[in-house]
Ligand binder design. Structure first.
Ligand code: FAD
Ligand code: EPU
Length: 334
């Protein structure tokens, strides 16, 4: 395994911004990773793990070791009754796993088709889309502790999944490298999840997991920019969660407000808030809010991470001034 020095990360983040890693290595097995963590030359260097770089914004160079997790492999482990456990290496491309499951008639991941990135990052923010989050089908994961090289299992409760949140964004942040993730999927009598409005309104109604997968792909292609054509990291901010009282006050002042029930309160559509502030389709230099989805900040080419962050701060300030709502970043800022 080679350790590169002064390595450009431009090809490793979907914003396409340039940043240098002091050291960079690509690991394909847990043994390679363990050896890398023990390398005496790199001891003490800060570490950052990357999958596909589709939820990260580099605003500076990284003066440490960037590890690309490229551990491959998909296996169907146990079949029990109407379910099976599928294990995927952290480096497997997420959408390839979804397609594998649809091909093998394993149900549960089809609503999560076409989310960019790799399997190893999916538990970090409990990826979700179109009415499903990975916590709904999660079985367990294996992770290596960076400080000790020890491998341990995390079960569902230990991951403390929430909306775009997990233990890996809180107490365990930066402490573990995920090696493999297991999902419990249905092998027959799949429970199609068509609750999301864009799926509920489809005619003819989807009847198979393949139908759902194809519908989700089509919906996503119609509104989200392809990072291969326009740099972005999906939703830049989370949809803010507010109390029922705050929601009622906002709704009275802004009758068009878009919101959905969430645990104990309401989740506001950040895209709507941003659009109302006049940002949709607006461009400042090389940065802008996407014309079809204001929640997606895009790099028109040549923007620096600092410029993108500055644009995001302006969006946050105007939403706070107009609605009194604080937008939190979903993207990991380095
Ligand atoms: P990276 O960007 O490489 O890393 C993200 C974070 O996870 C970093 O903090 C990194 O250090 C950490 N990390 C990565 N791999 C590991 C590992 N093996 N062990 C420990 N830590 C790790 N997300 C959704 O939830 N729903 C969506 O619908 C959605 N749509 C998107 C659409 C577009 C067009 C884009 C560009 C992004 C979208 N995203 C969405 C965000 C993104 O795809 C997910 O967050 C994805 O899981 C990121 O995977 P990645 O491998 O690219 O992670
Ligand atoms: N809206 C606007 N203007 C906009 C964008 C959205 O008014 O410019 C309003 C519309 O009323 C729309 C509603 O907001 O119906 C919701 O928009 P959309 O269906 O596009 O979903 P979202 O809430 O903006 C969330 C996730 C996405 C995920 C989709 C589908 C977050 C932060 N984002 O977006 O995830 O794909 O739902 O489930 O929760 C990501 O995390 O990167 C991501 C793309």
């Amino acid at each position: 395994m080679e350790v590169a020095r002064g390595y450009s990360l431009r090809q490793h983040n979907t914003f396409g911004v340039d940043a240098q890693a002091a050291f960079f290595a690509r690991v394909q097995t847990p043994a390679e990773l363990a050896a890398l963590l023990e390398d005496p030359e790199l001891r003490g260097a800060p570490r950052l793990v990357l999958g596909g770089g589709s939820n990260i914004l580099f605003t500076r160079d990284f003066d440490g070791l960037v590890i690309e997790n490229a551990i491959e492999g998909i296996r169907v482990l146990a079949r029990e009754g109407d379910t099976a456990v599928v294990e995927a290496g952290a480096g497997v491309v997420w959408h390839d796993l979804v397609l594998f499951c649809v091909e093998h008639d394993l149900g549960g991941l089809e609503n999560l088709a076409l989310i960019p990135g790799r399997v190893g990052a999916s538990p970090i923010q409990n990826v979700g889309a179109y009415g499903v989050e990975i916590k709904d089908v999660f079985e367990s994961l294996e992770a290596m502790e960076i400080a000790t090289g020890r491998v341990r299992t995390f079960r569902l409760e230990e991951c403390r999944f929430g909306y775009r949140n997990s233990v890996f964004k809180q107490e365990a942040k930066g402490r573990y490298i995920i090696l493999a993730v297991r999902f419990r999927l249905t092998t027959r009598e799949h429970r199609l999840n068509l609750g999301y409005a864009a799926l509920a309104s489809l005619r003819p109604t989807p009847t198979t997991i393949r139908d759902v997968c194809e519908a989700v792909i089509a919906i996503r292609r119609s509104k989200l920019p392809d990072p291969a054509e326009l740099g972005n990291a999906g939703s830049f901010f989370k949809n803010p969660e507010v109390s029922l009282e705050q929601y009622a006050a906002l709704k009275a002042a802004h009758p068009g407000l878009v919101a959905y029930p969430s645990e104990g309160g309401m989740k506001l559509a950040a895209g709507w808030l941003i659009e109302q502030c006049g940002w949709k389709g607006k461009r400042v230099g090389n940065v802008g809010a996407h014309a079809r989805q204001a929640l997606v900040i895009v790099n028109y080419g040549g923007a620096t991470g600092a410029e993108i962050l500055d644009f995001a701060r302006q969006v946050q300030a105007s939403v706070a001034a107009r609605f009194g709502v604080a937008l939190q970043t979903e993207v990991n800022i380095i």
